[in-house]
Write a protein that binds this ligand. Structure first.
Ligand SMILES: [Zn+2]
Length: 742
């Protein structure tokens, strides 16, 4: 072991502590400590892959050419007051491609013959749905027939008590907001008989393009029903229940899809999805079936406050849809823990959600719920939506991605997100949400380009594009998934994993030791340990690139919780064991030194492995301690060999996406430098200065132009040694640099 005093003297001598905290540039050798601002370190640019062959978009299924989706969500009162011509004119003039029109299932918007499909009380025998469909079609708009299978009324319950979701005491589950409506069970004949009857009736009578169900399947949670059918299923929130749930979702999805196709082969069924990484249905299975991913992810909430909520959803869609269609619903109305369902939200926030939708590769979708005159008492949303749609319509070719340019894959452990509970000692009910946001924020502040990779899609051909995989407490992994990750490492890939990654199998059965123990070079030495008032520390044992920029300290902050692992040779950081923070008289470690590693690092050929035994991403999210972010930035740079496909240098907290497009490339920058990045809604924009973008083009690619789509200007560029460089002089809320190549 090196002498710690000597190490401090050589590697971190000159920098005062405060200044060194600003520095994030990794040291290539001890002492070369040129400080740079957060996020501005220039990586080694790897050449972009050869361009994809040209695509004939006209040959694609029609929905893949939909770019703008519109919805005025219809109320029972609308047939009495809504001006259908005005509604259709508005969305047509806004350049929408497709509109949602309500069939529903709770209330019929047309004279339905299906029993218990009760007409709305203002329908008065009128075919409101049919009139809306005709008005849309007359203007060349496609139509989604929108249904709601989740609730129905007392007369249906009386005749069909088996349709209801039940509590453990057999009482019926009612809507918490409208107790006249009962909640329907997705395993009951309601879904086998009643919903198909509506689909068939609508398909027979009307010229609609596809069918959609709102309110089913559930988003971000699993149902908890104790009806006669469900009580025979495994208990909710178990892996066995999740499998039964997924089987049922797929069975109904495919059945409704076949009904939709009966009239037109290019029609289809799709349902409400969302919930980003903790979606309800298994997204690997659903992604293979669905041709439209409807992300019902309309805005931020108090519980899930991060501004990047829509981009996060877009990354999930990219991971499971393989280029098929995805749209994210932006609520023009005021979403959140306190709702105003018929009132516009802050324009800056609504625009940012649309920005994130486009940047992350989804189609934009604007949604408002009218009242009174059917368009709404508050019409401010119309201008926001129409202007945004009209701008986007001018740039469809640049705004339609073909593939992402990223060399980091973040493994999306959907089963862990849904079913795993962190050990009780952590006292953290939102453990995985905090973990996800902590890693996400870290990747953004480090300006890394990354994709999500679903846990069931770890096949070698899918992983080969990534220099590194990150496993943020992916606790549940099957033997097969562990083997796939091991194979990836053997083929030269790098990984970063944390906390309980691989300590459970796919059925949530705990393993005696890590499933990835051999790959990570670790062995568990005990149960998860929480902390008592005072979180852990890591003691610096020797110089290493992951410690770049740390000066004048022997200790770094550790995580709040940790899995103790057995000692290793030549640790870089060791755990300083827990002690109290109060009283200060006792705030010192019981042992000045331990052999327990606080990070485990391995290097073999081009493969680099890093494992943090602590919940480091989550602790970073909870605290904002810059040392944790720096440690993770350094570690990610180390495991990727500092390689990147795209570099964006400049000030500020941004999210970036880089895509190959049909004309060339598109680099999207989202400016989150805002007091409302982590709370509430954005109310205004704080612009940023110059951002320098660099890409190493594939051999033979020639640049015709670089254009800023938001600022509407052509940019000068330089091409040196195959590297394309240009400067975006100012960044408002959002910019797209569109590169056209020949
Ligand atoms: Zn049930």
């Amino acid at each position: 072991m090196v002498n710690r005093r000597a190490f401090l003297k050589t590697s971190a001598s000159a920098l005062p502590l405060a200044r060194s905290l600003e520095s994030l540039h990794p040291l290539t050798e001890a002492g070369s400590d040129a400080p740079t601002n957060l996020g501005t370190a220039a990586p080694i640019l790897i050449a972009l892959p050869d361009r994809l062959p040209a695509l004939d978009r006209a040959s694609l299924p029609w929905q893949q050419n939909v770019r703008r989706v519109a919805q005025s969500n219809m109320t029972e009162h609308d047939p009495a007051v809504m001006n259908i011509e005005e509604w259709a004119n508005f969305w047509h003039s806004a350049d929408a491609d497709i509109v949602f029109v309500s069939v529903t299932g709770i209330l019929a918007f047309y004279p339905s013959k299906v029993q218990f499909h009760r007409p709305g009380k203002f329908l008065a025998g009128r075919d409101f749905f049919g009139e809306c469909v005709a008005a849309a079609k007359k203007r060349g708009l496609r139509v989604v027939a929108r249904m709601s299978p989740d609730l129905n009324w007392g007369d249906a319950l009386e005749k069909h008590p088996e349709w209801a979701m039940r509590n453990t005491d057999d009482s019926v589950q009612f809507s918490p907001e409208e107790p006249r409506l009962f909640r329907t069970c997705m395993f009951s004949s309601y879904m086998d008989d009643y919903i198909p009857a509506i689909i068939e009736e609508v398909n027979t009578r009307y010229d609609v393009d596809c069918f959609y169900t709102n309110g089913w399947p559930p988003i971000g949670r699993l149902p908890n029903c104790h009806c006669a059918i469900c009580s025979k299923l495994p208990p909710s929130n178990t892996t066995a229940y999740w499998r039964a749930f997924n089987d049922r979702v797929l069975e109904l999805w495919q059945r409704y899809d076949q009904l939709a196709k009966k009239k037109k082969p290019d029609s289809f069924f799709f349902a409400n999805l969302g919930g980003n990484v903790h979606a309800g249905p298994n997204l690997d299975r659903l992604g293979k079936t669905a041709v439209w991913f409807q992300a019902d992810n309309q805005g931020r909430t108090y519980e899930d406050p991060a501004v990047w909520g829509c981009s996060l959803q877009g990354r999930v869609c990219s991971a499971v849809m393989d280029g098929k269609f995805a749209a994210n619903v932006t609520a023009a109305y005021s979403t959140g823990s306190v709702h105003w369902r018929n009132l516009s939200k802050n324009p800056a926030e609504a625009r940012m959600w649309l920005n994130e939708t486009l940047a992350s590769g989804m189609a934009i979708y604007f949604h408002f719920i009218g009242s009174e005159d059917g368009i709404g008492e508050d019409r401010r949303w119309q201008k926001i939506g129409a202007e945004y749609f009209q701008w986007a319509a001018k740039h469809d070719r640049h705004l339609t991605p073909r593939r992402s340019l990223a060399n980091i894959g973040v493994v999306m452990g959907q089963s862990t997100q849904l079913l795993y509970q962190a050990p009780a000692v952590t006292r953290a009910p939102a453990f995985m949400r905090e973990t996800t946001h902590g890693l996400y924020e870290t990747l953004l502040s480090g300006r890394f380009a990354f994709d999500f990779v679903h846990e069931d899609r770890l096949q070698a051909d899918r992983l080969s594009k990534y220099r590194a995989l990150i496993l943020p407490n992916v606790a549940m992994l099957s033997d097969l998934q562990c083997q796939q990750i091991s194979n990836y490492v053997k083929s030269g890939g790098s990984i970063l994993a944390s906390f309980e990654t691989s300590l459970y199998d796919e059925n949530l059965r705990p393993r005696a030791d890590f499933g990835l123990g051999d790959v990570l070079g670790i062995s568990r030495s005990g149960e998860v340990i929480g902390s008592n008032g005072n979180s852990y520390y890591g003691r610096i044992e020797r110089a290493h690139p992951i410690l770049a920029g740390f000066a004048d300290t022997h200790w770094l902050p550790g995580a709040q919780n940790r899995v103790p692992v057995k000692p290793i040779a030549q640790p870089v950081l060791t755990v300083v064991p827990g002690f109290v923070q109060y009283p200060p008289e006792l705030a010192y470690p019981p042992l000045s030194h331990t052999e327990e590693p606080a990070v485990v690092l391995r290097e073999r050929d081009s493969s680099r492995i890093a494992y943090f035994p602590g919940d480091i991403e989550r602790t970073s999210w909870l605290t904002g301690h810059g040392d944790l972010a720096r440690l993770m930035h350094n570690t990610i740079r180390w495991i990727t060999g500092e390689e990147s496909l795209v570099s964006v240098e400049g000030e500020g907290f941004i999210e970036m996406f880089a895509w190959e497009t049909e004309p060339g490339y598109a680099v999207h920058l989202l400016n989150y430098t805002n007091p409302n990045a982590h709370h509430g809604w954005m109310n205004s924009v704080y612009s940023l200065g110059a951002q320098t973008v660099s890409l190493r083009l594939p051999t033979g690619a020639r640049v015709k132009s670089v254009e800023l789509l938001r600022a509407a200007r052509v940019l000068p560029f330089r091409l040196e040694g195959g590297v394309l460089r240009f400067v975006i002089p100012q960044l408002q809320d959002y910019e797209v640099a569109a590169v056209t190549v020949s």
